[in-house]
Design a protein around this ligand. Structure first.
Ligand code: APR
Length: 320
């Protein structure tokens, strides 16, 4: 059986890390694409030269022509610019929406049967732009945000409780921005919901509130520390988990930016919700019951995403 093909559009910080992780997990042959001459070929060669040491049996190549992504089974998109200290994800919209449109059209032409994972920010609106431009069915175009946001939440909780990260589950809904909604009552340590852990005296409500806020600001915390870019290891690991679930039909329950067509009362909008990812792409969007406070927070997040979609539509109208 031929190996699967994984195309990485954008060979920067996240793209390079994606290539390493995909190779180490032997998910398939890896192709890197970028507009910067030499970069994708250079990174691919460097990673290929690590194969004898690391012991992965996949091919790694890179190029500056979209024919490189021909027939890919999975495409992961990081093309665009990352933010700098003081910038919000939304500040990237002007440049990155143009990039995502071009990339979407290229995927529609060269890899129409792929499962596409978008990472470029501002995430929820970029995946909307890319899906429209690609013409691919919405269940095969998703955005990576929820896995990363809930991983950050899980890490902070594991630190607070001094337990293994593996025993912490966390639930995050909504857009990938300051309005994201970490759902405390659906987050657990070994199945015990966080509000019960407060009652049991494991932590205080104040500490929990601070962790929720740190999760919302998780991306900005890294941007500030790095000084010249944004997070790349955890975003890459999160996207690879999504790709693996698709390629191996694992049917993992993962929060992703998925296309809503009526679910959660939203229409033609990409936003973070729990889904089942398998060979069919997004096989199911799980609609959980929200209380009034959670509904209000979710709506606030949805409104923020809608505002950005309107910005993109306006930019498009000005160009044409
Ligand atoms: N087509 C292909 N690649 C492009 C294009 C384009 N039109 N425009 C830019 N790129 C490439 C750049 O040349 C660069 O190599 O995208 C790559 C982006 O890499 P980095 O600048 O290192 O950014 P990275 O940290 O990988 O983040 C990429 O993901 O999390 C988001 O906010 C982040 O939007 C940013 C994206």
């Amino acid at each position: 059986m031929a190996r699967k093909k994984i195309a990485l559009v954008g060979a920067g910080q996240i793209g390079g890390t994606l290539a390493l992780l995909a190779a180490q997990k032997e998910l398939g042959d890896v192709v890197l694409f970028d507009i910067v001459p030499g970069t994708p070929a250079g990174k691919a060669l460097d990673l290929a030269e690590a194969a004898p040491v690391e012991g992965y049996n996949v091919s790694l190549t890179g190029g500056n022509d979209y024919s490189a992504i021909e027939g890919a089974d999975v495409v992961i998109v990081t093309a665009g610019i990352p933010r700098k200290p003081g910038m919000s994800r939304d500040d990237l919209i002007g440049i990155n929406s143009g990039v995502c449109k071009t990339v979407g059209e290229a995927i529609g032409k060269h890899a129409p049967n792929a499962f596409v994972i978008v990472i470029t920010n501002p995430l929820d609106v970029m995946v909307w732009v890319l899906q429209q431009a690609s013409g691919l069915p919405p269940e095969r175009v998703v955005g990576m945000a929820g896995v990363l946001d809930s991983a950050r939440f899980r890490y902070f909780l594991a630190e607070e409780f001094n337990v293994s990260v593996e025993d912490v589950t966390a639930f995050v809904l909504g857009g990938h921005g300051d309005t994201m909604v970490p759902l405390v009552r659906y987050s657990t340590v070994a199945g015990i919901p966080l509000p019960d852990l407060v009652k049991m005296g494991w932590t205080t409500q104040e500490k929990l509130d601070a962790i929720v806020q740190r999760t919302r600001d998780g991306g900005a915390e890294i941007v500030k520390l790095l000084g010249n870019g944004s997070a790349f290891y955890a975003p890459a690991a999160s996207a690879i988990q999504m790709a693996e679930s698709y390629l191996k039909d694992q049917k993992r329950v993962l929060p992703v930016a998925a296309h809503l067509s009526g679910q959660y009362g939203q229409d033609d909008l990409y936003v973070g919700v729990p889904t089942i990812i398998g060979a069919g792409g997004v096989e199911k969007i799980i609609e959980i019951e929200l209380n009034d406070e959670e509904k209000a927070m979710f709506q606030n997040s949805v409104d923020a995403v809608k505002t950005l979609v309107d910005v993109v539509k306006k930019l498009d109208a000005e160009k044409s």
